[in-house]
Ligand binder design. Structure first.
Ligand SMILES: *[C@@H]1O[C@H](CO)[C@@H](O)[C@H](O)[C@H]1NC(C)=O
Length: 287
């Protein structure tokens, strides 16, 4: 009997991997550092040192406000390009920033990276080199059409790559039917089926989002998936200090960007008052 249960138990134990890095808290607050437009992208303003400095200042503000994790992302690099076209300069710049942030942030605080668009292997390589604890990956299972183009599944490739570079300790959180994308080609696959497929393909956590950055995830989407998978569940957009409580019990983490910014707009500077208010809310819920 035990043997049979053993066969059906997930060998990867995503929840254990998650708690090893994040601990046992409910609803970890994962705060976004949206790095300014990097060299080589249309929005780059010409002062690279300033970009590094700003990213580090934002990370230290988050540390001061006791967030549970930091996620770095090249969000200002619009328009995004598919990963096969990502330049080495993007990877080099994000390595420098990741390394400098990792060094000023307490070692117990998990740090992660997402490289747009779909730079999942690149992010893993940076995570390995800079001792980051996790990445957020796009297009893990099935496929979708994103605003930058067709995004294929990558689970097989990136998990082999993670093994090859000896980075198995790096967690990979994966979007389900990602925002800013058309999912017509997988219309016959439900969100739960997508989550189960990601779990079967050894994800370390699935991310549910709304339609776009800043938009709240659908409660029906959460209802569909929460409690039906044994993998950590993360809410990836639109979490505010007022809707946080509806995710608190059921999500292992929430990724927060816009709500920490001036006027709640992702591209603005950090607003310490908003961060404070948000963190007060999570403290209240945790009591
Ligand atoms: C670039 O940014 C750095 C760091 O903020 C600053 O010290 C320097 O003066 C800036 N350089 C120019 C040319 O604006």
């Amino acid at each position: 009997m035990l043997l049979i249960i053993g066969l059906f138990t997930h060998p990867h134990q995503a929840m254990n991997r998650f708690t090893k890095v994040f601990g046992n808290k409910k609803c970890n607050i994962i705060a976004m550092v949206h790095v300014d437009a990097l060299p080589g992208t249309p929005g780059y303003k010409g002062n690279w040192s300033q970009i590094v400095k700003k990213a580090k200042i934002e990370a230290s503000i988050y540390v001061k406000h006791k967030v549970d994790a930091i996620l770095i992302e090249n969000m200002h690099d619009v328009p995004y390009i598919p990963n096969r076209l990502l330049g080495p300069e993007t990877v080099a710049c994000l390595s420098r920033i990741s390394n400098e942030i990792r060094q000023i942030v307490p070692s117990a605080l998990p740090c992660g990276l997402q490289i747009l668009a779909c730079g999942n292997k690149q992010a893993l390589a940076v995570a390995k080199a800079c001792d980051l604890q996790f990445i957020r990956a796009e297009g893990f299972v099935f496929a979708h059409v994103a605003d930058e183009g067709y995004t294929d599944a990558c689970a097989g490739e990136i998990l082999r790559y993670r093994k090859n570079i000896d980075a198995e300790h790096v967690l990979i959180f994966t979007d389900l039917k990602k925002k800013h994308s058309s999912h017509a080609i997988t219309h016959d696959v439900t969100l739960l089926e997508t989550a189960k497929a990601a779990e079967f393909f050894l994800t370390d956590g699935v991310v549910i989002t709304g339609r776009s950055t800043g938009c709240a995830a659908n409660m029906e989407d959460l209802d569909e998936v929460a409690g039906k998978i044994s993998t950590p569940l993360i809410i990836g957009s639109g979490v505010t200090n007022t809707n946080l409580k509806q995710y608190y019990e059921r999500a292992q983490g929430v990724i927060v960007g816009s709500s920490f910014k001036v006027n709640g707009f992702w591209a603005n500077n950090l607003c310490e008052k908003s961060i404070n208010k948000f963190m007060e809310e999570i403290e209240k819920l945790r009591k």
